[in-house]
Write a protein that binds this ligand. Structure first.
Ligand code: SAM
Ligand code: SF4
Length: 452
């Protein structure tokens, strides 16, 4: 059997896409390997969101080139594929900069990989057209064993692309226009995952709460409605969704947080900045206070809600006072965890052309202060759960024999001592201690069992 090594960078969409590529290549006779040195096919599934992410790919390609040479010396052939958003954004340029690459394929075209690999026997190929057909219709379904191998928590893509055009962001250009998958396709995939023992589904999309897929009668479903249907699937105990935009948090979705116990009380809802002027320049189409009021409404529906967000510091023209607005918003809202970044100009986006780019030194200083505040909030949130009883979904063996590791409803890693439970069980745990990254707890009730 030939071997394929896939390295994924960036967001959850790429993790999902990497799994789909592996599923498809399995039907072409490729087994997955975790060791690049033994791979006949190396795929880098790339991210273009910030300059650093994109540059990482080229340095990795340098390493791949050496490996390809070494293997050729031993009479072994290695094909190299660049997939994902760098592939989409840079296309042929990759072939020019990286001679080791055989195939460049965009995120909407990877269902063509078997074909492209055949063509690459004759010459190097690029496929970055936005196709008319839906790649999901061409992807083989993973076997039960492959699903089980990946664990009890699974991503499920329900929506792709973005029409929001935030001025800093490449996604609308690399992933294309917003498209929602049909309801029946999502339900089929969820049923298959549940049948293989999956207990938690994280619905993913670049703009997941803008979901508006059609059912078989042509009527359009919102994400709220979809969550209700998915919550009925036997075995599925937990539902999450990411990434959402504040403008698409509608009443039905907020009510789902109140009405559906399966919808976890955790929400990643990026605000990016607390300054109204910067939010406007970013084309986010809401103010800081609108975000605060929205959070109040969601917390009224689900008082236990833990929040997470993305922040960008040093957007062009951001003044000290505007940065302080972001710090104030963080202090007002309170976040359980967050991602924060220095603004990185992306070619082709409006913000990259704006004057008054903020210096690297100022960006670094602001990021350090912001991350300090967010880290204090994260630690306070984690310590606040000590003494609480939380349901924990057991996902894998723990760090030491006799331990298991799982996740709380708030996505916190939890370590418990047990020899009575199995992966997929949801146990009620009293949290006894909070470390810097994990919680520790003891089982107080067995809770709901995984299907045998
Ligand atoms: N759709 C999501 C939203 O609207 O919040 C975000 C998707 S993006 C893949 C993930 C995060 O990357 C963004 O929320 C933003 O904070 C960050 N990001 C995007 N473009 C960036 C840039 N040019 N520089 C720095 N951070 C950026
Ligand atoms: Fe990018 Fe998200 Fe804005 Fe879409 S909504 S352009 S994915 S940051």
């Amino acid at each position: 059997m030939k071997k394929v090594f896939v390295k994924s960078y960036g967001c959850q969409m790429n993790v999902y896409d990497a799994e789909r590529m592996t599923d498809m290549l399995a039907t072409e006779g490729y087994a997955e390997t975790k060791a690049m040195e033994e791979a006949d096919l190396v795929i880098l599934n790339t991210c273009h969101i910030r300059e650093k992410a994109a540059e990482k790919v080229y340095s990795e390609l340098g390493r791949v080139r050496e490996l390809k040479k070494e293997r050729a010396g031993q009479g072994q052939e290695t094909k190299v594929v660049v997939a994902g958003c760098v592939a989409q954004a840079e296309g042929k340029e990759i072939l020019r900069r990286a001679p080791a690459v055989d195939v460049v394929v965009g995120p909407q075209n990877y269902h063509n990989l078997p074909d492209l690999l055949k063509k690459a026997k004759a010459s190097r190929v690029v496929d970055t057209e936005f196709p008319i057909e839906d790649k999901f219709d061409h992807l083989p379904k993973p076997s039960k064993a492959m699903i089980q191998n990946r664990g009890v928590s699974s991503f499920l893509t329900i929506q792709e692309g973005c029409d929001k055009f935030c001025t800093f962001c490449v996604v609308p250009y690399t992933r294309g226009a917003e498209v929602s998958r049909p309801v029946s396709k999502i339900i089929d995939e969820a049923l298959r995952l549940a049948d293989a023992g999956v207990r938690e589904l994280t619905l993913i999309g670049q703009n997941v709460n803008a979901y508006h897929g059609e059912d078989e009668s042509g009527s359009v479903w919102t994400l709220g409605r979809l969550l209700h249907r998915l919550a009925e699937i036997p075995g599925i105990a937990r539902l999450r969704y990411t990434t959402s935009h504040p403008r698409d948090m509608d009443d039905e979705l907020i009510a789902a947080h109140r009405d559906l116990p399966a919808v976890m009380p955790y929400l990643h809802l990026p605000v990016q900045s607390g300054s109204d002027r910067i939010l406007d320049e970013m084309n986010r189409k809401h103010t800081g206070d609108e975000y605060r009021r929205l959070i109040e409404r969601i917390r009224a529906a689900q008082p236990n809600l833990a929040l997470s967000s993305d922040f960008i510091v040093g957007f062009p023209g951001e003044t000290d006072a505007e940065f302080e607005d972001t710090m104030r918003l963080i202090a007002d809202v309170g976040f359980a965890s967050s991602f924060s970044f220095k603004y990185s100009p992306r070619p082709g986006t409006p913000a990259a052309e704006m004057g008054a780019q903020v210096s690297e030194a100022v960006k670094s200083e602001r990021l350090a202060r912001l991350q300090n505040l967010l880290e204090t909030q994260r630690q306070a949130f984690n310590h606040g759960t000590v003494g609480q009883t939380l349901d924990v979904l057991l996902e894998k063996p723990g760090r030491h024999p006799g331990q298991m590791a799982g996740k709380s409803p708030y996505l916190q890693p939890v370590q418990i001592e047990t020899d009575r439970h199995q992966i997929g069980d949801i146990v009620t745990v009293r949290i006894t201690q909070a470390g810097s990254n994990s919680l520790f707890g003891e089982v107080v009730k067995p809770g709901s069992q995984a299907a045998a």
